[in-house]
Design a binder for this molecule. Sequence first.
Ligand code: F3S
Length: 66
Amino acid sequence: MEKAMKVSIDLDKCAGHARCFAASPELFDLDDDGYALNAEIDIPAGREATALEAVAACPERAIENH
Ligand code: F3S
């Protein structure tokens, strides 16, 4: 069985571009200023492709998948 995917967000690198949320609003939560709220996110089975889109979409390269 494959290990469940996770992404981590370096909240110090996050500059509030909100593209992660645009790519995948059901996985990412933002504060009122558009900054990512959660440093670790468990990706449910079947949502890996959208999670990877969010990783690629962040201009700050703040999101990594594991
Ligand atoms: Fe922040 Fe990157 Fe998302 S800058 S809000 S983690 S697109």
